[in-house]
Design a protein. Structure first.
Length: 249
């Protein structure tokens, strides 16, 4: 039984990572919800939409939180799986993933702020309705900025993951190439928004499609196939005996 667990452990962890990565995609619900409720240049209409769809707005907030938590799990497991390729690169990638997740988590305050500003609490009576609506719109705008800042770190995480997968014998190199392209597109998109907003408008949403392809391919492969356990052990041994804790169990 111990030998059987040892043989299937890397594959099992890969599939757990795949399931968690699939959960990360619930963030798409949050993204489309926010986009649908925001009316550019009209703070009053945006406020009306949020209050009229408050439960949906709250669900979007919860979806983003779940997505961030799942991504932290993905980051930890992929570090364990890919460190036989390069422990240094795997650690660097994990730091990028955790940095992006931390920024996203803190940035969620800007998502929730409009509910507080528009909720009609007594301590906000000193402000006019138009002022609160404007502040709510500013919060949502700041959330978008924070989202794009985190995109830089998530993009760097994917770049490092792609390089690691390219060097792995237990995962398809095509997925590694797709991840490198996806990571480069995420980083390019964020910097274009910060440095050349007019140019960035021409890139969106097409520049994000490689991310959907690359992350989607990795997710499906991890869920349906996992990793080649024999090749994983061989590469771990060649790297100097890097062994997961479960390998001893």
């Amino acid at each position: 039984m111990t030998e059987r667990i040892s043989k299937t452990s890397p594959r099992l962890k890969a599939r757990i990572a795949g399931v968690l990565y699939a959960i990360v995609f619930v963030a798409v619900f949050a993204l489309f919800t926010r986009s649908a409720l925001v009316v550019g240049g009209d703070a009053a209409a945006t406020a009306s939409n949020i209050l009229g769809s408050e439960q949906r707005f709250r669900l979007a907030f919860a979806a983003d939180l779940v997505s961030v938590a799942a991504y932290i799990g993905v980051t930890a497991i992929l570090y364990e799986l890919l460190r036989p390729v390069s422990r240094t690169l795997a650690l660097l990638g994990a730091f990028f993933g955790l940095a992006g997740s931390a920024i996203m988590a803190v940035n969620m305050l800007n998502h929730f702020a409009p509910l507080l500003l528009l909720g009609g609490r007594g301590y906000l009576a000193a402000f006019e309705a138009e002022q609160l609506q404007a502040l709510a719109s500013v919060s949502l705008r700041l959330h978008t900025v924070g989202y794009n800042i985190s995109g830089v770190f998530f993009g760097l995480h994917l770049l490092v993951l792609g390089v690691l997968v390219l060097g792995a014998t237990f995962l398809p190199r095509l997925i590694g190439l797709l991840l490198v392209i996806a990571g480069a597109c995420y980083v390019t998109n964020s910097f274009a928004i910060f440095l050349a907003p007019a140019f960035a408008e021409h890139l969106y949403p097409y520049i994000l499609l490689p991310g959907l392809v690359g992350e989607g391919a990795l997710t499906l492969w991890l869920i349906l196939v996992g990793v080649n356990s024999a090749k994983w052990r061989a590469q771990a041994g060649a790297a100097g005996g890097v062994i997961l804790e479960s390998e001893n169990g």
